[in-house]
Design a protein around this ligand. Structure first.
Ligand code: GTR
Length: 421
């Protein structure tokens, strides 16, 4: 008997649950579900005015997402000081002003520092700015030799020359193709970027990074309703915005939060939690980002929580393979950004991120934009590939894979010119 129990339990431990092994890529197998109405309170009361949305609907949704999905900050942590590490008014062959600004945070006798790399168009006094994290260090987004290489922990990656968790010169400019720096500057925008690993290392250990500064005595990981990594990265964007408010060379009222993939989940959460962001871009953010969880198409709540247990708060685990129990879905995260301009983008070959689920979330969120008299995604029919819909809520699906391309940036710039600038 004992042996039998042992065999049965080891079977469950060794074999991944069916939900983890079968990814659904078939539209016919998407379960039918009711889309939670963003204009109904949790008590079932109708929200018919901006006032009611802002007083009741929005706060209760934000609260739910904080406590059950991304996790809340244990307490506030503000910039202690900042240092301009480097500055050049003739960077990029005279096209831009470059600044590298280090923000310092202190608490509990611990210190956290991260560096914002900022390019601003030279001839504009106060430019609007795109702010987004990079995956492998600020020096990867450009060939510019002056960009400082971070000494923060990084995941090893042979093709980026990252060994012993250390970033190196080898990857300078390696991700330049993802950042249309010249196009951005020529269009009159600045670009600000931060290496996300400086704010919180992307690993399932909360031993260092920003979490560490806010632990209570004896605590070494966040409580079930406290911030995971995505919330920590979002916090880093919010604090960068605090710095921008003190920088006379840019327009802090026109900062657009941008992010790709896990960092797109991050830009959405930053935009939802801080209404000072003037616009938000989600590039291929997928599960836990713009995609509807209840569709269970591509990556699911269970698979994301098992592959990346540190991204969301522990409370989110109760919805693993149990999305139907979620009282909300990701369109309500998007709705938290209303009435500010929002761009959701997908890629055809990125089925893991569920392009249709991202599109539908943008559509369902538009109901809240209508309250403000703004136009969103008015149809349930996805546009053709490479035929963007540009409204206050915008959407495109482009050819190609999970990535950031010039096509994406051209569209973001066009949308920002119309709806943010
Ligand atoms: C994937 C993950 C996605 C997405 C992506 C990324 O492995 O499943 O949710 O975030 O990583 O960030 O590159």
């Amino acid at each position: 008997m004992k042996l039998l129990i042992c065999l049965i339990s080891s079977f469950f431990i060794l074999c991944p649950s069916p939900m983890l092994s079968q990814t659904n890529y078939d539209e016919n197998r998407v379960p039918s579900f009711e889309v939670p109405d963003p204009l109904l309170t949790f008590n079932g009361k109708k929200i018919e005015s901006v006032k009611k949305w802002e007083k009741v609907g929005r706060p209760e949704l934000l609260h739910f997402f904080k406590d059950n999905i991304y996790g809340k900050l244990p307490k506030s942590l503000k910039i202690d000081s900042y240092t301009i590490l480097e500055q050049d008014n003739n960077a990029l062959n005279g096209k831009a002003k470059r600044k590298q600004v280090e923000l310092t945070f202190k608490n509990n006798g611990k210190t956290l520092r991260y560096t914002i790399l900022l390019y601003l168009p030279k001839n504009i006094e106060k430019a609007p700015v795109f702010l987004g994290y990079n995956f492998y260090g600020n020096h990867t987004i450009t060939d510019d030799k002056a960009v400082i290489i971070s000494s923060a922990w990084a995941n090893n990656n042979e093709s980026f020359g990252i060994e012993n968790n250390t970033l190196t010169e080898e990857s300078r400019g390696k991700r330049a193709y993802r950042w249309a720096v010249e196009k951005i500057l020529d269009a009159g925008y600045g670009l600000a970027t931060i290496y996300y690993g400086e704010v919180a290392p992307d690993k399932n250990a909360f031993s260092d990074g920003t979490h560490n500064l806010l632990y209570q005595r004896g605590q070494n990981k966040p409580k079930p309703d406290e911030w995971g990594s995505i919330a920590a990265w979002s916090w880093g964007m919010v604090r960068a915005l605090d710095y921008f408010e003190q920088d006379p060379n840019l327009d802090a009222s026109k900062v657009i939060a941008f992010g790709h993939s896990r960092l797109g989940k991050t830009s959405l959460w930053a935009g939802a939690t801080d209404t000072r962001f003037a616009g938000v871009i989600s590039n291929d953010s997928g599960c836990g980002g713009a995609a509807m969880s209840k569709r269970k198409f591509g990556e699911t709540v269970g698979s994301i929580n098992s592959s990346f247990p540190h991204w969301f708060c522990d409370n989110f685990n109760q919805y693993n393979d149990n999305e139907e129990a979620l009282p909300v879905d990701q369109h309500q995260l998007l709705a938290l950004i209303a009435p500010r301009p929002l761009y959701v983008a997908s890629a055809v070959e990125d089925q893991w991120a569920d392009p249709r689920g991202e599109f539908l979330a943008a559509h369902y969120a538009s109901k809240v934009y209508h309250l403000y008299g703004k136009k969103g995604i008015e149809t349930m029919d996805m546009p053709k590939v490479n035929e963007p819909i540009h409204n206050t809520v915008s959407y495109h699906i482009r050819t190609g894979k999970h990535d950031v391309t010039d096509y994406d940036w051209e569209n973001y710039i066009e949308w920002a010119n119309t709806f943010v600038k």
